[in-house]
Structure formats: C-alpha cells, structure tokens
Design a binder for this molecule. Structure first.
Ligand code: NAG
Ligand code: NAG
Ligand code: NAG
Ligand code: NAG
Length: 499
C-alpha cells in the first residue's frame, strides 16, 4: 500500500485505489471519504468547485528594502542575511539516506551551509560518512506521541520535531530554520535572495503550496509543503518549539509533519507567506512545461525528482539536476528565468528559459501564451489531471502548432560579467512527426541557440518584478543554423507586442 512510500516524508501518498479515476463525478465521493478518514481539511466541495486560484499568485510584499555596502552592512549597521544565517534541517532515515544523499550532495557546500540530516537511528559503522555531506543527528525517541492517521507513517512525528531539536542545539547567529526532505534540492543562493527580502526579526513562515489542486484541497492551502522546503524565522521558531509537542498530540490525525507544524503555527496565528520558487513538484510525467515557464521569481527548490521524468532527456534524474545546477552555478538568479523575443525578419517567436530550454515558434505567439506552462505533466493523484494551482495549456496534437525545442547544452562564463549558454535541438521522435509546412521546414534548419546574457543582479529581486527582454541578433554568419540571442533588461516602454 501507499505507506511504502512514506520514505518520502512529505508525499502524502493517499491511496484510494479505485477512487483514483479521473472523472470529476467520482471526486466528491473520494473527497468525503478523505474527510471522514482523517479530517484533514474542512473545505466543502462547493467551495472547492467555486474556488479560484488567482489569489495565490500575488507575490508577498517584503517589508524592508535596505541598501548594503560590499561587506553586507547597511547604514544602520544591519548585516545582510548570508548563507551562514540559515540552519538546514534535512529529514532523513538510515534506510533512505544511501539512495537519497546524492540529492543533498548537489547543493550542500561543506563548511559553508550549516545544518544536519536527522536520522531515525545511528548509522552502522559500515556506512561511511563523507566530509562533503552534512553531519547527522539522531532524532529523539517519539514513541510517546500520538499518531492516528491510518494511511500515514509515524515518522511524521519525528520529522515535525526536527525544527525543535534544531532550535534546541542553540547554535549562534541563526536567523532562519529551513526544513526539507532528503530528496529536496535547494538552490541556496536563490533561497537566500528570497529570505533576505524579509526581516528575520519578525515571525515569518515562508514556503509554497502543492502544484496539484487535489493535494491542496486535502492537505490544505494554508501550509508550506515540506518537500519543497520551508523557512521559519528565529522568533517564530522560538514560539513554535514551546507548544510543538502539544500540537503533535493535538493534530495526531493529520498525515504529514508539515501539516502538524502548520497546525501549530495557526495557533500562534502566523499565516504562510507564499513564495512561488519553492517546488514541492507534486506532479507526474514530464516537468518540462513547468520549468520552461517559471514565474518571475528565483528558483528556490525542486523535489520529487525520482517521481517525474528526468528534466533533461537521456540523463538520469541526478545527472539532469547536475546539468541544471551547472547553469545555476554560473548565474544563480537567472536560472529558468523567462525572456521572449520576436524575429521580425522571419516572423518567429522565441521563448528562453535560461539555463534550461529555448522554444522556437515560426509565427508570432502572444506573450500571454508564451508565459503559460505547457501541460506536459498531470496531477499527483490524477483525480482531475488538469487542476493545478497555476495556469497550463495543453500541448497541441498538431505538430504545426507546437514549438521546436532546444535543450541546454553548454554553459560558459564570459569575462566574469556575462554568460553564454547554448541550447541544442531536441528531436523527441527523430523528426517523424515534424510539421512539413514551409515556415516550419525553415525553422527546423536551426540546430542551436546561442544566448548571451549579463549575470543577473540579485538585488533586482528587491525591486518590482519584471521579466527581462531579449533580441535576436540577425546578420551573423551561419544564422540559419545557430540563432544568436541577447538577453538584457527591458528599455522603457518596451513590450513583447507582435507587429
Ligand atoms: C555572514 O554574516 C555574519 C554576520 O552576521 C558574518 O560574521 C559572516 O562572516 C558572514 N558570512 C558570510 C559567509 O558572508
Ligand atoms: C572543513 O573545515 C575543516 C576545519 O577547518 C577542515 O578540516 C575540512 O577539511 C573542511 N572540509 C572541507 C570539505 O572543505
Ligand atoms: C535585423 O533585422 C531587422 C528587421 O529586418 C532590422 O530592422 C535590423 O536593423 C537588423 N539588425 C541588425 C543588427 O542587422
Ligand atoms: C511576416 O508576416 C507578415 C504579416 O503577416 C507578412 O506580410 C510577411 O510576408 C511575413 N514574412 C515572412 C518572412 O514570412
């Protein structure tokens, strides 16, 4: 049964067997069963169907914007938040660590990132502990706590207490406690860009929802999904740890550790501050559409990479993320940031998701359409495969409507201030289903895109968000085979408006 998947501690692996049918008319029954089972949420179905997810898309308003000098100190002596101010708590287990540790290795910086992986027991001496990995701590015994969710795993109690045990270590200079799973991949510089927007001396709870509406309906829209990682500021952690053990018993019916934490935070009265760069990745299939249309916000985390198709074709899950990370290392802030440009000479539309993919349409496509994620995936439970907390559009069944796709090939840093990334044509079906219309045959001659961009200034995340602009550099030699694109900030009154 689904509990076998409890090793991914924030999966919420409800298994309704026959209820997993797609048809919307069986959904109410499945819902009622869920509510009766675990009283996870008291959202009525009417509310669910009337619900509009638009309200989730407003970015929060940071309450401080301060200018810092080169040493990260502002005029009033306030020190900018840096990586050493974050204490990571990684929810692991001896059984899963060996397989999952390669996800942590992707982002952990020895002697730079601070934190621990929390295990259920001491690892056997035969399990070598590499210096390149976070140190482990063994969680306290939690057998005295109540846990009564029939489809869940007791390990949720241990996971919920990681924030408390981390706090009780009493480490100095911790501003944020960041909790996640052992298969959460962080992009630490971007996590920092997000956290540095907020005043750590206030009580903040920051993270993201599940992408699948069915998950949010069952497990709540008010909580940060633990697999995507979430942050709790020090003063909030200080209040949380005082009441957490009581909450764990009070919310014994809730499935996950993230839900128990949120239950406790609701007693304090601190709501979730949503940030769209945390990705629980509660989807199945190919995450391409999501990563090719990221919102204008830093990419903070990815999760569930064992449950989706590799983000780069022909690479295993770990090597795919390594490839994404290779771009991130050269320009963290620009990773998967979107830019659109038109080629007025050839009537083309180009959509760049920096460090990941380029799409070429041999006709003009509106910005509105280009920014909408292609649905290359379906929902976690597949109850209604189309219901996400963000807009999607179907991939057209007509090859003459689809984009020609290019995937990241190489990343170079140019002179310290610029980057050059190249993207190679990805031929999913060896050309068998290519459109044979003349505009397409012309476009299909393009083998690669070569994209120049200035390195992204992370201070821009403290300003009003705006997608950056790009232009096609025409007149270059071999421009039929390799198209050159320059990304830059937009000029005043510049817009992506078709002629
Ligand atoms: C981070 O800021 C602290 C001050 O709170 C400072 O002592 C430390 O050197 C900084 N660390 C890094 C890595 O910049
Ligand atoms: C981390 O720091 C310690 C103490 O300074 C040092 O011995 C160790 O080699 C460092 N580890 C890595 C991986 O840099
Ligand atoms: C590129 O082509 C456009 C449209 O024909 C033209 O207006 C522009 O001057 C060209 N730019 C360069 C750099 O050749
Ligand atoms: C581009 O579109 C315009 C207007 O639809 C058309 O007149 C022109 O011939 C097209 N150019 C090319 C190269 O397809």
């Amino acid at each position: 049964m689904s509990c076998a998947r409890s090793k991914t501690l924030h999966d919420h692996p409800l298994n309704f067997g026959k209820f997993l049918t797609r048809a919307i008319d069986v959904f109410p029954f499945a819902m009622k069963t869920t509510l009766a089972l675990c009283s996870v949420a008291s959202i009525s179905l009417i509310f669910y169907f009337a619900f509009s997810n638009r309200s989730h898309n407003f970015p929060p308003h940071p309450n401080v914007v301060t200018d810092f000098n080169q040493n990260g100190i502002s005029a009033d002596g306030h020190e900018k938040t840096n990586i050493s101010h974050i204490l990571f708590g990684i929810g692991g287990s001896v059984e899963s660590w060996d397989k999952r540790r390669s996800y942590t290795e992707l982002w952990w910086k020895p002697n730079v990132t601070r934190g621990f992986v929390w295990l259920d027991e001491k690892p056997s001496p035969s399990m070598p502990w590499l210096e390149t990995l976070p140190q482990y701590r063994v969680s306290e015994d939690t057998s005295r706590f109540k846990y009564s969710c029939p489809y869940g795993s007791r390990s949720a109690v241990r996971m919920a207490r990681i924030v408390k045990e981390s706090f009780q270590l009493g480490l100095e200079n911790v501003r944020w406690f960041v909790m996640g799973d052992d298969d959460t991949v962080y992009f630490p510089d971007n996590l920092l860009s997000v956290l540095a927007k907020y005043d750590h001396n206030q009580m903040y709870y920051i993270g993201g929802n599940s992408e699948s509406v069915e998950q949010d309906v069952i497990h709540s829209y008010t909580m940060a999904y633990g697999g995507g990682g979430f942050a709790i500021s020090y003063p909030l952690a200080a209040e949380l740890v005082k009441i957490l053990d009581g909450c764990i018993d009070r919310y014994d019916k809730l499935y996950g550790s993230d839900q128990k934490i949120q239950g406790c935070l609701s007693e304090i009265g601190v709501p979730l501050t949503k940030e769209l760069g945390f990705h629980q990745l509660d989807i199945r299939g190919n995450p391409y559409g999501l990563l090719a249309a990221h919102p204008v916000t830093p990419l903070v985390s990815l999760h569930h990479l064992d449950y989706v198709e590799s983000i780069f074709p022909n690479l295993n899950p770990i090597d795919s993320v390594k490839k994404l990370v290779s771009g991130y290392k050269v320009d963290p802030g620009r990773t998967v940031q979107h830019s659109f440009c038109y080629d007025l000479r050839r009537n083309w539309s180009v959509s760049v998701s920096w460090g990941y993919t380029v799409q070429l349409y041999p006709f003009f496509v509106t910005a509105k359409k280009l920014e909408t994620a292609l649905q290359t995936f379906w929902t976690w439970k597949n109850w209604d495969a189309r219901l996400f907390t963000f807009n999607t559009q179907p991939v057209s069944s007509d090859p003459c409507e689809r984009s020609v796709v290019y995937m990241l090939d190489r990343v170079e840093s140019v002179g310290g201030r610029e980057t050059l990334t190249t993207y190679k044509r990805y031929n999913i079906d060896k050309g068998e289903n290519d459109c044979i219309r003349s505009d397409y045959t012309h476009a299909l001659k393009v083998e690669a895109f070569s994209v120049s961009a200035p390195k992204f200034n992370p201070d821009l995340w403290n300003k009003a968000p705006r997608r950056q602009c790009c232009e096609i550099i025409n007149g270059t030699k071999g421009a039929d085979r390799v198209v050159q694109v320059q990304i830059r900030s937009c000029n005043g009154f510049e817009s992506v408006t078709p002629p």
